[in-house]
Design a binder for this molecule. Structure first.
Ligand code: AMP
Ligand code: GLY
Length: 444
């Protein structure tokens, strides 16, 4: 038996995965494709629909990331050995259930487990039941009840649409009147469509934010290095919330012991409970945390890699990601530790003028070929090949420049030196990614 197991394990470890499909078209998917491309196990990568950067490493197919039936047909026809899902919408809509029912291997949680991101009320109720530290909250589907609740409390209020809202469904209000207006817009005016049938109103927390990503097969947990996103559009954490304007990895204010403690208190109880309910979570789980004076609190769970966290974390990962994803997808995570580059990484996002509000598409991106330093990468997000053959903008977040450096400071300098080479008409980026931690913690 012992011998048989060993042989089996060995065989799995070196199993070829000729065809991989990556679903999505953002910077997160570009870095995933880039990382998968480094695996000696993989022959060919497809991306649906991909972008101009991904097209340099993978064959892009014109299938929308939310068109589950077409994706499944494509995967079956091309005999795809593993599908990796980047964005949350297809996961919440059940792409994993659909693929698995068709006998196709796929990396990501099922629809039931993806409720962790798909419904804030579901996630909050689970946390409350399990004693996971999170802001106190109430859920409402009527404006008058929400109003009555808030009269008894002091602002600021954090108001969240229950369902998916592309990172825009969280609003922080400083007065009662503003809060009631926001609740009315969400529940009655359906500002976020059906995602706003219910709202969660939360206590406002303060502290440093932290992102922790982890692999899990439903019982074993393997955390990745910590990272920090910068959600606001402009320098100094001003302006509207965005999908994320830049990230760095690792966070110098979180030790490995602290990271493990965070996982034990904020992730393990939820993973165990989902398992107990018969809806195990398999995939990548993202913990969005606030490091409050009374310890780490969960702001949200996401059911996929963070964007742009992935562009700061994955360039540091030395371990081949493909066996990891296979083990997770097969519900048998055997890898016990990950190997990391000792260097730090910073990813700075270039966005279109106007983002996260309305923006124009189709502007030429100049200077991409000038970024060629060792350990500096351009991960495309909203880009496509224009009719002139040049790469043009095609989304709010256009690209991220990720730079490795011996220290966070060096990574910061290298990232900014490189992004200055790139010009997008009207494009902007924050000039202070990682700056606060560099100043506060006086780290190299
Ligand atoms: P979420 O999508 O739930 O992570 O919220 C988006 C952003 O809103 C977070 O990254 C925080 O910056 C902020 N946020 C969410 N919940 C709270 C809270 N309870 N207190 C303060 N800020 C919050
Ligand atoms: N960077 C935040 C997110 O991916 O949700």
């Amino acid at each position: 038996m012992g011998n048989w197991r060993r042989t089996e394990r060995k065989r799995n470890r070196f199993q070829m995965i000729p065809n991989i499909l990556v679903v999505g078209s953002g910077g997160r998917e570009h870095v995933l494709v880039w990382k998968i491309h480094q695996s000696p196990l993989v022959k060919k990568i497809y991306a649906a629909p991909g972008n101009a950067g991904i097209a340099q490493l993978a064959e892009c197919v014109e299938v929308n990331a939310e068109d589950i039936d077409s994706l499944r047909r494509f995967a079956a026809e091309q005999k795809i050995d593993l599908t990796v899902v980047g964005p949350e919408v297809p996961l919440v809509n059940g792409i994993v259930d659909s693929f698995e029912a068709a006998g196709l291997r796929i990396f990501g949680p099922t629809k039931a487990a993806a409720q962790l991101e798909g419904s804030k009320a579901f996630a909050k109720d689970l946390m409350a039941r399990l004693g996971v530290p999170t802001a106190s909250y109430e859920t409402f589907d009527r404006v008058d009840q929400a109003k009555h609740f808030m009269v008894q409390k002091k602002p600021p209020f954090v108001i969240k649409a229950d369902g998916l809202a592309a990172g825009k469904g969280v609003l922080i209000t400083n007065t009662h009147k503003e809060a009631v207006d926001v609740v009315r817009q969400i529940i009655e005016k359906r500002r976020f469509g059906n995602s706003g049938k219910r709202v969660v109103i939360e206590e406002h927390l303060t502290g440093d934010e932290l992102s922790v990503l982890l692999f899990t097969d439903g019982s074993s947990i393997l955390p990745l290095a910590s990272s920090q996103d910068h959600k606001r559009a402009y320098d100094g954490d001003r302006g509207p919330n965005t999908g994320g304007m830049g990230a760095y990895c690792p966070c110098p204010f979180v030790s490995n012991e602290e990271l493990n403690r965070i996982v034990e208190t904020t992730a393990r109880p939820v993973i165990q409970e989902l398992n107990r309910r018969g809806t195990p979570y398999r995939g990548l789980l993202y913990l969005g945390l606030m490091m409050t004076p009374s310890g780490p609190y969960v702001l949200e769970y996401n059911v996929r890699f963070g964007d742009p966290e992935a562009q700061a974390v994955l360039p540091r990962l030395k371990t081949d990601i493909v066996p990891l994803m296979l083990e997770v997808a097969d519900g048998a995570l055997k890898t016990k530790a990950l190997e990391w580059d000792t260097r730090a990484c910073i990813a700075v996002v270039m966005a279109s003028a106007g983002y996260p509000g309305p923006f124009e598409k189709g502007h030429e991106i100049e200077g991409l070929d000038k970024v060629n330093a060792n350990g500096v990468f351009v991960f495309h997000a909203g880009t496509r090949k224009g009719s002139s053959g040049k790469v043009v903008t095609d989304g709010g977040r256009v690209l991220a420049v990720s730079a490795l450096g011996e220290s966070l400071r060096e990574a910061h300098e290298r990232a900014y030196r490189s992004i200055k080479e790139i010009a997008v008409s009207g494009g902007f980026y924050r000039s202070d990614i990682g700056k606060r931690v560099l100043e506060n913690m006086k780290v190299g």
